[in-house]
Design a protein around this ligand. Structure first.
Ligand code: ADP
Length: 209
């Protein structure tokens, strides 16, 4: 059974690859970022609590995110899973293995992209307000969603300052997990600056070995 975690800095293509891996393997997937944004939009108690972290580019506290992921896994663990954006800290990674609410991952995929390219991608990243698709646009354009014609909007946390904080956190807290998973022989590091098709081809080849 596949239990895959997907790591990568903001705009490294985690969401795009997650969709493709889901289709390939038929596993359920959780994007912790999307889950948190939905909580904020719904105005739930959790949403109110996490909004300040999301708006400032900080990581949400470990116990809170671990409880949310454990609840999701409890409902989706029959046919394997893919976690996009969890774990992001060593505490989260260790919990995945030692906490009875979780199970250890079978594969850790890390998308590696240089900072300058991430900044460029962030500047052009839009989300469709109707179907939720992620789309990249060229500067100053007012394109519509190629999937459904819906209005394209920027994600609230995609300004440059917020990106830089998220990226700094990523370097400090998440990147050390590469060594953690490499030591277990579970790390697949992929050059995420390549096209989505090329990145997926590498992942697919690894999964079908
Ligand atoms: P990105 O990778 O572009 O920052 P995500 O949508 O994956 O975007 O996450 C958005 C935000 O959600 C993060 O900046 C962070 O505040 C919060 N978040 C998501 N996953 C976690 C996690 N595992 N631990 C702590 N915070 C998280």
């Amino acid at each position: 059974m596949h239990r895959i975690i997907l790591m990568g800095p903001p705009a490294s293509g985690k969401g795009t690859q997650s969709l493709r891996i889901q289709k390939l393997l038929g596993v359920s997937a959780l994007s912790t970022g999307n889950l948190l944004r939905r909580e904020v939009e719904s105005g739930s108690e959790i949403g109110v609590e996490v909004e300040v972290y999301l708006n400032s580019g900080a990581y949400v506290p470990d116990p809170l995110i671990m409880k949310m992921v454990a609840n999701w896994i409890a409902e989706h663990d029959e046919s394997g899973w893919l976690l996009d954006g969890f774990p992001r800290t060593l505490v989260q990674a260790q919990a995945l293995e030692s906490d009875p609410s979780f199970q250890a991952p079978t594969l850790a995929i890390a998308l590696d992209v240089p900072e300058a390219l991430l900044e460029h991608r962030i500047a052009g990243r839009r989300e469709c307000s109707q179907c939720g698709a992620t789309v990249s646009v060229s500067a100053g354009s007012d394109e519509k969603c190629p999937e459904c014609g819906g209005e394209l909007v920027s994600r609230a946390d995609d300004d440059l300052e917020n990106f830089r904080r998220r990226y700094a956190n990523y370097r400090e807290f998440t990147q050390p997990l590469f060594d953690y998973y490499a030591a277990q022989g579970k790390l697949l590091a992929v050059d995420g600056s390549r096209s989505p098709n090329e990145v997926f081809a590498i992942i697919e080849q690894h999964l079908q070995r």
